[in-house]
Design a protein around this ligand. Structure first.
Ligand code: AMP
Ligand code: MG
Length: 400
C-alpha cells in the first residue's frame, strides 16, 4: 500500500507536474472569461484630452470675474477642440466634449440663465478654477500597465481592452477535459433504474464545476468495472484530451481497475492516496504526452471535494491564472475530525453584523452523502492534529 502524503505535498506535486496548455489569439468578442497571457498597456493617456464633465458652458475665469458671457460657439462630444475668443465669451459644451482651447472652467447649465445671445451666471454662483474638467492623463498615462498576464477577462477588463484599441488578445488555451465515470452500478440520468443501480451524478457535478469556471471543452463518458474496457476507453480519451478526470475505481477493491489501467497506458503515477477525509484514495499522474490525469474516488462528496480542492486550482494555475489565497472563515460550531488526517467539512457561510465570515459546519455522515451539499457554500479545511476542532477556530474555506 502506498504511503499517505499530506494535502500540502499533494498540492505541490500537482503544481510541479502540471503541463502548460499554451496560448492562442482570439478576437475581443470571444475573450470574455478567458485568461490573459500577456500584459496590456495604455494606448494613450486616459482621458485622452481634457474632458468636459457637465453639460453647460466653458469659459475662462478672469481676474474681473464677469457674470455674463457672449455665446461664441458650440462644442459637442466628438468634435475637435474649438477656441474661446476672449474672456467675455463662452462656448456651449456637452458631457464628454473636449475642453475648448482657452477655457479653464465648466459651469453646469443649471447654474446659468440664457439672456438673448448671452449666458448669465446664477446669482452668487462662484465657479472654481478647472471645475468639472476631467484632466488629460489623470486616470492613467500612455503605456501604463493596465492588465497583468493571468487576469481573467471580466466586464471591467473588457472595458479596458476595448477602450485601448485591443482588437484581439493572447489568452490561455482552455484544455479539453474528459470526465470518465467508472462503475458497474451506474446508469445515465434518464435511464430506468434496475435493482442495485444508481444514476451517474459525479460526472455532471464535475462538469458543472468546470463549466462555471470557464472550462467549456468537457466530454462525459462511462466505463464498466473491467480492466480491458477501462484501458480501451482511457487509451482513446488520452489521444483526444489534455486532461482526464476519473471518478471511482481508484480504491483498493477487487473491481478498482483505474490505477492498473493507467499504468498499462504509460500514465506515470505521481501520487496515490492523500492523508485526508474525504478523498483519501485520490490518484494523480501524467500521461505519455503530458496529459494530466486526476483519478478521484467515486463517493460523490469525495469526488467533488477533490475536484474543488485540487483539480480546479491546478487547471487554472496551468493556464497562468493568478492564484488567490483561500478565503478564511471562523467556525461557529465544533466539528469531529481525525488527528491523522486533514478533514474537509462542508459548511454554510454567512456574515455576522461586523462582516466576519462565520462557517456553520454541515458534516456529511458519509462521503456518499451528498444530498445536503446544496445547502452549503463549500468546505473548510481542518488540519490534522486533533480529534475535535472547537468553535471559533479559523479555517481556510473553498467554495464549490
Ligand atoms: P468507488 O470509488 O468506485 O468505490 O465508488 C464509491 C461509491 O461512489 C459507489 O459505490 C457509488 O455509490 C458512488 N459512485 C461512484 N461513481 C459515481 C458516480 N459517477 N455518480 C454517483 N455516484 C457514484
Ligand atoms: Mg466503483
Amino acid at each position: 500500500m502506498n504511503e499517505l502524503i499530506s494535502v500540502a505535498e499533494a498540492e505541490a506535486l500537482i503544481a510541479r507536474h502540471m503541463p502548460s496548455f499554451g496560448s492562442e489569439r482570439v478576437g475581443l468578442d470571444d475573450a470574455a472569461g478567458r485568461i490573459l497571457r500577456g500584459p496590456i498597456h495604455a494606448e494613450r493617456d486616459q482621458p485622452p484630452f481634457d474632458r468636459v464633465m457637465m453639460d453647460g458652458i466653458a469659459l475662462r475665469r478672469s481676474g474681473s470675474l464677469p457674470r455674463s458671457f457672449k455665446l461664441s460657439g458650440v462644442q459637442l462630444a466628438g468634435m475637435a477642440a474649438q477656441t474661446l475668443l476672449d474672456e467675455d465669451s463662452c462656448i456651449e459644451v456637452t458631457t464628454g466634449a473636449m475642453l475648448p482651447d482657452g477655457c479653464d472652467c465648466i459651469v453646469p447649465v443649471e447654474q446659468t440663465r440664457r439672456d438673448g445671445d448671452r449666458y448669465v451666471l446664477a446669482e452668487d454662483y462662484q465657479p472654481a478654477h478647472r471645475q468639472f474638467i476631467h484632466a488629460r492623463g489623470s486616470d492613467c498615462v500612455i503605456d501604463a500597465l493596465l492588465l497583468d498576464a493571468g487576469t481573467c477577462i471580466g466586464a471591467p477588463e473588457m472595458a479596458v481592452l476595448a477602450a485601448n484599441g485591443v482588437t484581439d488578445v493572447e489568452v490561455a488555451i482552455v484544455p479539453s477535459v474528459a470526465i470518465i465515470a467508472t462503475g458497474d452500478e451506474l446508469v445515465d440520468v434518464g435511464a430506468v433504474l434496475g435493482e442495485g443501480q444508481i444514476r451517474r451524478s459525479n460526472d455532471r457535478a464535475l462538469a458543472a464545476a468546470l463549466r462555471t469556471r470557464g472550462f467549456h471543452r468537457v466530454a462525459l463518458s462511462q466505463v464498466a468495472d473491467d480492466l480491458g474496457a477501462t484501458i480501451a476507453t482511457l487509451d482513446a480519451l488520452l489521444a483526444t484530451h489534455e486532461v482526464l478526470i476519473l471518478s471511482g475505481g481508484v480504491s483498493m477493491g477487487q473491481r478498482d481497475h483505474v490505477p492498473a489501467a493507467l499504468h498499462a497506458l504509460g500514465v506515470r503515477r505521481v501520487f496515490h492516496r492523500i492523508a485526508q477525509r474525504p478523498g483519501k484514495p485520490m490518484w494523480f499522474g501524467i500521461g505519455p504526452q503530458g496529459q494530466a490525469v486526476f483519478a478521484l474516488p467515486g463517493n460523490p462528496v469525495s469526488a467533488l471535494v477533490c475536484a474543488i480542492r485540487y483539480v480546479m486550482p491546478a487547471l487554472l494555475a496551468s493556464m497562468g491564472t493568478v492564484t488567490e489565497p483561500p478565503e478564511h472563515v471562523c467556525l461557529d460550531g465544533a466539528v469531529d475530525t481525525n488527528a491523522n488526517l486533514t478533514c474537509f467539512v462542508p459548511a454554510h457561510v454567512q456574515h455576522d453584523s461586523s462582516g466576519r465570515a462565520l462557517a456553520h459546519p454541515v458534516p456529511s455522515r458519509t462521503s456518499g452523502d451528498f444530498s445536503s451539499l446544496p445547502r452549503t457554500h463549500g468546505f473548510v479545511q481542518l488540519p490534522p492534529g486533533q480529534n475535535i476542532v472547537v468553535a471559533g477556530t479559523a479555517a481556510a474555506f473553498y467554495r464549490w
